[in-house]
Design a protein around this ligand. Structure first.
Ligand code: PRP
Ligand code: MN
Ligand code: MG
Length: 178
């Protein structure tokens, strides 16, 4: 385990199993329908690529970069689109794939933005949900794990752009960000 990690919150094995379950559920819900999977860079990257491999049927992948944190551990509340989707989603079933819903600021903005493009449907798949921190209501259609208010890194989640590559979700030691 990395020395900045206090404990493993969700192991590689637990992630693998839950992601497979979510993929199966999404495949069943969209049977016979086309789906656009939208990866919210960069945090969702690991979840997105693992989840996509468990979805059967006609799937296309697209990417959006929507950042609200910068290098701070606290959300600024301001959402910016740094890179937009390559293709229009008008008339499409969109599943937004996120690593975590924290204050809800990012997803509230993003879901509203995608719905305004006249998608046929817009749903959210979020690996982690931290309801204790919620400031804006966000409905999570496909949820991996509900977690307490710990600062977590790994499996895509960063602290100051670091530790995304860890294969598990770990709790960052307080002394790293204090
Ligand atoms: C993080 C995380 C979510 C968002 C959640 O992204 O990946 O996208 O914050 O926080 P919120 O619910 O309070 O909006 P970040 O802006 O750090 O960019 P990143 O994905 O590139 O790390
Ligand atoms: Mn993110
Ligand atoms: Mg981040």
């Amino acid at each position: 385990m990395l020395d900045v990690v206090k404990e493993v919150l969700i192991s590689e094995e637990e992630l693998k199993q839950r992601v497979a379950e979510l993929g199966k559920q999404i495949s069943e819900d969209y049977r016979g329908e086309d789906v656009v999977l939208v990866c919210v860079l960069k945090g969702a990257v690991m979840f997105f690529s693992d989840l996509a491999r468990h979805i059967t049927g006609n799937v296309t992948l697209d990417f959006i970069s929507c950042s609200s944190y910068g290098s701070s551990t606290v959300s600024s509340g301001v959402v910016r689109i740094l890179k937009d989707l390559d293709r229009p989603v008008e008339g499409k079933n969109v599943v937004v794939v996120e690593d975590i819903v924290d204050t809800g600021t990012t997803l509230h903005y993003l879901l509203k933005n995608l719905k305004s493009r006249n998608a046929k449907s817009v749903r959210l798949a979020a690996l982690l949900n931290k309801p204790d921190r919620r400031k804006v209501d966000v409905h999570v259609d496909y949820q991996g794990f509900v977690i307490p208010d710990y600062f977590v890194v790994g499996y895509g989640l960063d602290y100051d752009e670091k530790y995304r590559q860890l294969p598990y979700v770990g709790v960052l030691k307080e002394e790293v960000y204090q």
